[in-house]
Design a protein around this ligand. Structure first.
Ligand code: XUL
Length: 580
């Protein structure tokens, strides 16, 4: 089962502040890691945290990424790692960013030679019509976002087509802005890559198309029809053929691994790669994260960081303007749902500090309140959004209410509960419950619902579905990551509310993006070479280093049922909030 542990697979992670690369062996163990930190190791680009910020516009220099790549491979060889034993590479890149190539690019890529100088010397500036790539933190496309949504009838309609409503960072709105404001650069652009297809192009020495899962981060791709939407393309460019050509027509579908080519001779000659080393499509960082675990349909990954992010695997295309759906990068007919909340750790910390009488890092009083089963909050519901929230889409607001537990309807709004310990318990409950109700429509694993007395429709955002649906749908497994996943009080509450039927796990994920890239590389290669016929999740599950994952505990049914009672009141409370 271990195979030949002298053969390696590389997974890159080109993120905002650094380029990282991991090598794994056939047992999926990490055998080598190298990282280039942009600000520190390439100071000549004068980036701050990897980017240039000018008002709302945030960009990264493309030449810096090329230099980082050369530097990275030099480190591998300096440290004695034999790149000649690498069988295949894939990877993860920051999503949404775009690289603009000139007509000369393909020829320059195909002509890359180690004898002709470094990557940056051979490609920059001639290969690029813009020296920089818009970064996912860019906020400068408000006008273009409105145009996108108006073109198709509104945010929900755009989400229906492309998997997401319009977002500043999504590539379609970024390209439109460049077409409008930098007509010369746009006219000189022959090909637009995402960061992921840019890196795959450099490594394989030819322009490659965009990977399909990544194309779902552009607001341009019709997810159901699996092709770019003509109306949206026309919005970007009156000459639809021209933008189609720039995007290299169709993305690379994710149904089966597609071998893009071999590592180009530049890397073979300079760093000793084998000329057979295969390059497989790169994907986005969140998409790579789900590939770092053997996640199956109905599994959820809960990231309890500064913000709370949920990634889940679903076969339901049930889009919403409040979250994102992407085609799954390795499982055919599946999607990745991504729900991002603004108010995660920060909102909890504010209550922690109130309880402590000032800012300290002591979570004891907060955790005690969350764990306190004698603290009766069975008729209380509260939302705590010190920052404007994405889900639901509302401005910053705190609101508390008392409800009638027998009917579920709100009786009165209150300024405060009995004391602030109630806020500690209520914030964790309502954060977890918000996750639970938003993932329900995307789940297909159901449990029998007993003793249901109310069967009415309950609305959250764009979903108006029977309460029974919320009662019956439960995730399969829940994986907790991020800073607050180490806090047992918070995690246990999430476990109670989410009610995963096949267990709850906790893990550290310092490398999840690059590791997802490694796993994608090894599985793609073995599948392509007919050494396995297993689907990605099964292949990974069999070989997965489970010893690195902590099984926390199973969910208990009683707690899960208990939170059924708070679904209707939460929906009523959210309906009462001011809108953006
Ligand atoms: C996702 C997103 C970020 C970047 C970070 O939509 O914008 O997660 O991909 O690198």
């Amino acid at each position: 089962m271990c195979g030949n542990n002298d053969l390696f697979y590389l997974g890159f992670d080109l993120s905002t502040q650094q380029l990282k690369c991991l090598a794994i062996n056939e047992s999926l163990r990490i055998v080598h890691t190298e990282t280039i930190s942009f600000d520190e190791e390439l100071p000549q680009y004068e980036t701050n945290k990897g980017v240039y910020t000018e008002g709302d516009a945030i960009q990264s220099p493309v030449a810096m990424w090329l230099e980082a790549l050369d530097l990275l491979f030099s480190k591998f060889t300096q440290h004695g790692f034999d790149l000649g034993k690498v069988k295949a590479v894939s990877g993860s890149c920051q999503q949404h960013g775009s690289v603009y190539w000139t007509q000369k690019a393909d020829e320059l890529l195909k002509g890359l030679k180690s004898s002709k100088g470094s990557l940056v010397e051979q490609l920059s500036p001639e290969a690029f019509s813009r020296a920089t790539a818009p970064n996912w933190q860019d906020h400068s496309t408000g006008k273009q976002c409105r145009e996108f949504e108006e073109a198709v009838g509104g945010p929900q309609e755009l989400a229906h087509i492309t998997g997401s409503r319009a977002h500043f960072r999504f590539t379609g709105t970024q390209i439109l802005k460049i077409a409008e404001e930098e007509s010369e650069a746009y006219a000189k652009t022959d090909t637009v890559s995402l960061v992921s297809s840019f890196l795959a192009s450099v490594l394989s020495g030819q322009l490659t198309s965009i990977e399909e899962a990544e194309a779902c981060g552009m607001n341009l791709y019709d997810v159901s029809k699996r092709k770019y939407d003509s109306k949206l393309l026309n919005l970007v460019d009156d000459d639809r053929k021209s933008i189609e050509r720039k995007l290299r027509f169709s993305p690379i579908h994710c149904d089966e691994p597609v071998r893009l080519g071999s590592m180009c001779s530049y890397f073979v000659d300079k760093y000793g790669f084998s000329k057979d080393c295969a390059v497989y499509p790169f994907t986005g960082d969140n998409l790579a994260t789900i590939c770092s675990l053997p996640l199956e349909k109905n599994d959820v990954l809960v990231s309890l960081g500064t913000s709370t992010t949920i990634l889940l695997i679903t076969d339901q295309y049930h889009p919403s303007a409040d979250y994102h759906l992407f085609i799954h990068p390795t499982l055919p007919n599946h999607y990745m749902g991504m729900i991002c909340y603004c108010n995660g750790a920060l909102a909890r910390e504010k209550i922690r500090d109130h309880l402590n009488g000032g800012p300290t890092n002591d979570w004891t009083p907060f955790n005690d309140a969350v764990n306190d089963t004698t603290l009766d909050n069975d008729d209380e519901i509260g939302v705590y959004f010190p920052l404007g929230e994405i889900v639901p889409s509302v401005p910053a607001v705190y609101k508390r209410a008392k409800f009638d537990p027998s009917s579920g309807h709100i009786k009165q709004f209150v300024d405060a509960f009995a004391d602030e310990r109630h806020d500690a318990k209520n914030i964790v409950e309502s954060q977890a419950l918000s996750c639970r109700v938003r993932i329900s429509p995307l789940l297909t694993s159901t449990v029998p619902v007993e003793g249901l007395t109310k069967d009415l429709n309950v609305r959250f955002d764009y979903d108006d579905i029977p309460l029974t649906e919320y009662y019956g749908r439960r995730p399969r497994r829940a994986f907790f990551v991020g800073g607050a996943s180490k806090n047992n009080a918070i995690v246990n509450k999430f476990i109670q509310v989410l009610g995963a039927t096949k267990g709850n796990y906790r893990l550290e994920t310092p490398n999840s993006c690059a590791l997802g890239g490694c796993y994608k590389a090894i599985w793609s290669h073995k599948y392509h070479e007919k050494q396995t016929t297993a689907r990605f999740d099964h292949f990974l599950s069999e070989k997965f280093p489970w010893d690195e994952v902590e099984h926390i505990r199973d969910s208990d049914n009683a707690s899960w049922h208990h939170y059924n009672e708070k679904i209707l009141p939460l929906s009523e409370l959210e309906a009462s909030l001011p809108k953006h």
